[in-house]
Design a protein around this ligand. Sequence first.
Ligand code: XIL
Length: 340
Amino acid sequence: TGLKDIFANDFLIGTALGAEHILEKNKIANNLILREFNAITPENIMKAEVIHPEPNNYSFTLADKFVEYGQKNNLFIAGHTLVWHSQLPKFVHKIQSADSVRLFMTNHINTVAGRYKGKINSWDVVNEALNEDGTLRKSIFLEKLGEGYIKEAFDLAAKADPNAELYYNDYNIEQPAKRKGAIELIKKLQASGTKINGVGIQGHWSLKGAPLKDIEESIIEFSKLGLKVAFTELDITVLPNPWDLKGADVNQNFPGSPFMNPYPKGLPDSVQTELAQRYSDIFKIFIKHRDKISRITFWGVNDGHSWLNGWPIRNRTNYPLLFDREFQKKPAYEAVIKQK
Ligand code: XIL
């Protein structure tokens, strides 16, 4: 048994996977995935730059394998993501006219969501459309199509795969200002008759933030809109972010500085305990609101594979997940299951 069994009556428990997992080269990782999780999200495999590298050329090999892996193992498959300003193929940034951007978006959604029609359980239709102050984020889609691109994207996805649940996904939308923007955006979609089933709060958090109050309030408020709430990319960095350090130059790489890798001998017990406490505080809220939450997905299987070893600064050693580099359960794992 694993997390998926322990929380079976509460919500799905997912993980992000990469090619290294679905190609089944790593038996240890694969055993762990199937023991612990019942939902999967492609970490990069379905992003436009990977799946749609040239205007009329799609690359479905990995995505097909990913979907096959999910189906074979009876996992909930979350598609990620159809419309996003980032990880776009280069050609998209060269498009000049609104009509051509619309054509790209239409073909992209029809082709990708259409190919996996009936196989994907939910789609992150639009990802990260908001700024921190709740206004709409600058992107080629907003620039050329105006704010209506969001509705267009959801309507296209609903048509391409009528059975998939459709989500709006973003980070920091638990924070009040950005949350307000998300609620407005969702209300507009609903008022115009557009299908939207859920909101995905990414959950890239740290030991100190997001505040628990914000997390709880956002679950309640989003759920009041009649939406399912999912935590779609949960991880907790134990390293400082450059923007949290007074006076630090974000563009500098800090080679050799203690800030790069403060824990060369591994995570000290005190921080391990802090991480466990933080995870248990968060899961306490998840359990309390289990009736509103559809899924909790971790952004990666284990610490060794986390993107936080390379972001926002390369070559760091981070410890943000429940399983360590040897695929063993960390104290945070035990803390999480104690919340049941
Ligand atoms: C990240 C991946 O984990 C990295 O491997 C990749 O280099 C960049 O993207 N928000 C999202 C995810 O919606 O798609 C991002 O994933 C993390 C932030």
